[in-house]
Design a protein around this ligand. Structure first.
Ligand SMILES: *[C@@H]1O[C@H](CO)[C@@H](O)[C@H](O)[C@H]1NC(C)=O
Length: 559
């Protein structure tokens, strides 16, 4: 039936014709949306991870630590070596409190295989950070996990590494919904948490310190959990909670400065905004740092369970190192709560996961936001967002997103349910996906550098040489960007950081040919000057050629 005859039918007063026309218009709209190719592709990496991941971290072996919680009933993965956890206090377990299922796992995204890890105390809403030697330090949680520290010294999947739950030290304060940040000297600061307006350190060589910033809000303990913490290149901390932020001297304990408030509603748990610091750049001598905060919920949405209340549409961006820094507000293409901001090797920010309405918390979100968007910080305001290919899998509360060394972004987890429920709206989600940004598309392959030689470890201020091969001849400078492996949980990637390196012009080592032989280049790089710019530890070093990154080479930055 043609459109004309539908019109004819409406003209003659035919209501069915009207319905038909509306239907036809919708069909057209959907078709044209589908036909319109958006950038990026999705794949399912693992159909059934057998545990849901609420905390996710990528290790220097390329393996990925998945971490759920105890106290949620059994997962579908068994603990290694026929171990069981006995916890008579866990009311979700059968009488006797025996749980033989695993609540953590190590995943190898290349082979798509995983093996269980043993976490025996409750890691619910805990925090973490990689130490300078590559060990993942993980802290707090609920119940028996509230004051726990755990260490995981990573390995390839075939290795035998597992969690070590430390009997001592214990955390000085209970830490549930805290944020960790590695510091210039390689120690870790642990900030806040429920009923814990304090900071403490690992190792605990410095004492616990009150942190009134997290207690002074009228709605203390609301919208200030999982604070956004960024280590600025001057060694001080930018700490954001609710709608307020401060510059904190972590050595003296002084609040140096309070920034203006950010409009547009609260941004931290349970309001589920996200934040990242933009790349640090040698072009300004690593003196400037900008922070971006995106999405969130309106006041009261969590308290009043307004699961259909539209989420925040705004991002705030501030130059945190500028004494006159003020928030500039930008509009995202979608409202979003529980989004994750993932720094890509190009210095662009992927905003992914989450919902368009509601808040954080069990069953508190609705209308999943299936489209990631790309935030391009160097574009003029108004032109920075690009809408990307949607997934089909909602990623609600307790979902995570992490950059992999191959440039993909691994996505795991979603709405949690006691006893892992697979029915109803937003069921327990065991599928692990990867999003490939457009830079991984086949038509970019001729620009993609392959790292042929690079050091395993570098010291601050070191000059070192890298060698790459590229199919097409080089135009202009290569970039070398160091990216940390953060601890992703609750829409914030703790310790996420990108540091650009100063590079010298490339020298041609060998010319490629029309026969497919790649071009080979050598160039010099300069390591960051100190731990304030880049705390010690393992980084993914990406060589980026015209916005197309190599596969990363892990390099240890040594104090
Ligand atoms: C890494 O450092 C931590 C803290 O200093 C220590 O407990 C751990 O044993 C170290 N791991 C390795 C593999 O050296």
């Amino acid at each position: 039936m043609a459109v004309a005859s539908a019109f004819a039918s409406i003209k003659s007063g035919g209501i069915p014709g009207l319905f038909f026309l509306v239907g036809l218009l919708f069909t057209c709209a959907c078709r044209s949306l589908r036909a319109q190719q958006l950038p990026g592709t999705w794949e399912v990496v693992l159909e059934d991870a057998r545990i849901a991941s609420m905390h996710t971290a990528v290790t220097r072996f390329g393996t990925v630590v998945l971490l759920d919680r105890t106290g949620i009933g059994a997962s579908r993965l068994r603990l290694p070596r026929s171990r069981c956890r006995i916890d008579p206090g866990d009311s979700l377990l059968p009488p006797g409190g025996k749980d033989c299922s695993a609540h953590s796992a190590l995943l190898d995204p290349s082979s798509r295989r995983l093996r269980p890890l043993s976490v025996l105390t409750d890691t619910w809403c805990s925090s973490g950070q990689f130490l300078p030697n590559g060990t993942l330090l993980q802290s707090g949680g609920d119940l028996d996990g509230l004051r726990k520290l755990r260490a995981f010294s990573p390995c390839p999947l075939a290795g035998s590494c597992d969690w070590l739950e430390l009997d001592s030290p214990l955390l000085a304060d209970g830490r549930w919904y805290a944020t960790n940040q590695i510091l210039p000297d390689g120690s870790v600061v642990i900030v806040g948490g429920r009923a814990a307006p304090s900071v403490e350190f690992y190792p605990p060589s410095r004492p616990l310190r009150n942190f009134p910033f997290l207690a002074t809000a009228e709605d203390a303990q609301m919208d200030n959990l999982y604070p956004f913490v960024h280590l600025l290149p001057d060694g001080r901390l930018f700490v954001f909670a609710n709608a307020r932020s401060i510059l904190y001297d972590v050595d003296s304990g002084d609040v140096v400065r309070e920034y203006p408030e950010l409009d547009g509603g609260p941004r931290n748990y349970p309001s589920g905004g996200s934040s990242t610091m933009l790349p640090l750049d040698p072009a300004d001598g690593y003196t400037r740092a900008e922070v971006v905060v995106c999405g969130g919920a309106q006041y009261g949405v969590f308290l009043h369970r307004q699961t259909d209340m539209p989420a925040a549409t705004t991002c705030g961006r501030i130059s945190a190192t500028d004494p006159d820094g003020a928030w500039a507000v930008e509009e995202m293409p979608f409202p979003r709560v529980m989004g994750d901001m993932v720094m890509l090797p190009t210095g662009e920010v992927l905003i992914i996961n989450g919902a368009q309405a509601g808040s954080q918390g069990y069953e508190m979100g609705s209308n999943p936001c299936l489209n990631p968007v790309l935030y391009r910080p160097d574009q003029p305001a108004g032109l920075r967002f690009m809408t990307l290919t949607p997934t089909t899998i909602p990623r609600m509360y307790h979902s995570t997103a992490n950059l992999l060394p191959d440039g993909r972004v691994l996505v795991a987890g979603s709405n949690p349910h006691y006893f892992y429920r697979f029915a109803g709206d937003f069921p327990t989600e065991l599928r692990v996906e990867a999003f490939s940004p457009e830079y991984l598309a086949a038509d970019k392959a001729s620009l993609r550098p392959v790292i042929m030689a690079a050091p395993e470890r570098v010291w601050y201020g070191d000059e070192f040489v890298m060698e790459v091969e590229v199919p097409l001849p080089l135009v202009g400078l290569m970039e070398v960007n160091l990216l940390s492996a953060p601890f992703a949980t609750h829409s914030f990637s703790q310790g996420q950081r990108m540091v650009k390196l100063a590079v010298s012009p490339a020298v041609t080592v060998a010319d490629g040919g029309g026969d497919g032989t790649p071009y080979s280049y050598r160039f010099g790089c300069k390591a960051p000057p100190d731990g304030r710019v880049a705390p010690p530890g393992y980084y993914m070093a990406f060589v980026v050629n015209q916005m197309v990154p190599s596969v990363a080479h892990w390099v240890q930055l040594v104090l």
